[in-house]
Design a protein around this ligand. Structure first.
Ligand code: UGA
Length: 462
């Protein structure tokens, strides 16, 4: 099949690469010429500057020029195309609604170009971005108003998680395809031929609106599940003595019906999707007069969770951050990514600086460059107080307290580094429960405060 993919973010690029791996002729398009040149170069450094997903560069290098092509000129590739996938950013507006400005601009552009086709074969425009329920209809109206002929509109939401996107695109748990016409279902069955009738992959065909809704319900349910653990499970561990949160998690998730994913209590879930999608669904439901208390609670628990360890440090350990140097480890929204969109570390650092911290020493294995942009002093003069380090050890050196804000594996072995680098009195705030041997540290005079457990200070032990 001949495919165009509009947008080369991590969703678009991974989709284009994996489709090319399955032998489709794929044209990946972006308005950013530098990005397209970097991808076309086939050089790892240039590709990974934009999207760094495990396994992705190898696929691009293997299929480049054979099945995979990068272009900024849609007109030259539109002839004979079977499917156009839209993988565009859909950022939130201030009121929570979804901003479709990139989406609409791309729709108008592809509509104008599609009207010039000489080959009038059926073309299906497939939306992979997370867009409000009913957007496929809106897209159809744009196509109709431009006089595009013989086309269909489909919704095929993407369920990839960053860091594991290639593996999931090769072997998804489900493929959801929403269409209004049998012909369009058939075109997508040919695009996804390797997944149709697969023994382990659910290939679900439905209406465009249902497909759009599936993505919102899935993401908001995942966030609600995380918020349930953070808002209920973690709080039980923090307020009732002798409740061990890790055993609580094991006991509850031993039930096959209850997933372990999401049960790892944290200082909030970040990323480009959960917060934006729940805000958008709240907006959409309010518009049709539905009570949204449940979603609002999930959202609020998650936002509060991002900074509450700092509040607990003050309330439970009597800690004052004024003039303190604090190391913040884990700046990205989770391990294995440099993405800092909606990362808990942003709220953590803003809160620490707001409480008078003299200096922040930041470390992340992948996100230092992103952090420099996120915390540009031009945005907030207080960000001048942030320094960045190449290792956790360097970041901890000379600090008075430590905040662990993501689940990078290397933090699990941190206790020895802390002992060698920082002397008590020293406060460790663990937003991800990354230090299993914290009791040894407390015995040596360090204070430890983790999500899901009561604060432990040497005074409390004695
Ligand atoms: C999420 C969904 O998992 C994908 O299915 C979806 O396709 C994607 O959003 C999207 O809409 O594009 P992603 O944002 O990449 O994927 O990240 P997740 O792995 O889901 O993690 C989100 C946040 O939850 C992270 O901050 C993570 O550390 C946190 N988390 C995860 C917890 O706090 N506890 C857990 O037990 C699991």
């Amino acid at each position: 099949m001949k495919i165009i993919v509009l947008g080369t973010g991590y969703v678009g690029l991974v989709h284009a690469a994996v489709c090319s791996e399955y032998g489709h002729e794929v044209y990946a398009y972006d308005i950013d010429i530098d990005k397209i040149n970097d991808f076309s170069s086939g050089q790892a450094g240039k590709i990974e500057k934009h999207v760094n997903e495990p396994g992705l560069t190898n696929i691009i290098r293997e299929t480049l020029g054979k099945y995979l092509f990068f272009t900024t000129d849609l007109e030259s590739v539109i002839e004979g195309v079977d499917a156009v996938f839209l993988c565009l950013p859909t950022p939130p507006n201030l009121d929570g609604s979804t901003n479709l400005v990139f989406y609409d601009a791309a729709a108008v552009k592809i509509a104008e170009i599609s009207t010039k086709r000489k080959d009038k074969r059926r073309i299906v425009f497939v939306n992979k971005s997370t867009v409000p329920i009913g957007t496929a209809r809106h897209f159809r109206d744009i196509m109709d108003s431009h006089g595009v002929e013989n086309f269909g509109v489909a919704s095929n939401p993407e369920f990839l998680a960053e860091g594991t996107a290639v593996a999931q695109a090769r072997m998804p748990d489900r493929v959801v395809v929403g269409c209004g016409h049998q012909e369009d279902f058939k075109i997508l069955q040919r695009v996804y031929a390797q997944f149709v009738n697969h023994v382990r992959i659910k290939y679900i065909e439905t209406t465009t609106e249902t497909a759009e809704a599936i993505k919102y319900v899935a993401n908001t349910m995942l966030l609600t599940y995380i918020s349930f653990w953070n808002g209920v499970g973690a709080k039980i561990g923090e307020k009732f003595s002798n409740v061990k949160i890790d055993d609580l998690r094991l006991g509850v998730t031993a039930d096959d019906r209850i997933s372990t994913w999401g049960s790892f209590v944290s200082n909030g879930a970040g990323g480009s999707c959960f917060g934006k999608d729940i805000a958008s669904l709240i907006y959409q439901l309010r518009n049709v007069n539905v009570n949204t208390k449940m979603l609002e609670a999930s959202y609020e628990v998650n936002e509060y969770q991002k900074v509450y360890l700092i509040e607990r440090a003050i309330a439970e350990a009597g800690y004052m951050f004024n003039n303190k140097n604090v190391a913040v480890l884990g700046l990205a929204f989770k391990k294995h990514t440099s993405d800092m969109r909606d990362a808990s570390s942003i709220k953590v650092i803003e809160s620490l600086l707001g409480k008078g911290a003299a200096k922040i020493s930041g470390y992340d294995p992948l996100a230092i460059e992103t952090a420099r942009e996120t915390f540009a002093p031009s945005r907030n003069i207080l960000f001048e107080k942030i320094d960045y380090f190449q290792t956790a050890r360097e970041a901890i050196k000379g600090t008075d307290a430590l905040f662990i804000s993501s689940d990078c594996e290397e933090f699990r072995g941190l206790s020895r580094t802390i002992e060698e680098t920082a002397s008590p009195p020293y406060l460790i705030m663990d937003g991800r429960r990354m230090i299993p041997d914290f009791e040894d540290l407390v015995a040596k005079g360090y204070s430890y405060l983790a999500v899901g457990s009561m604060a432990i200070t040497p005074e409390q032990l004695s």
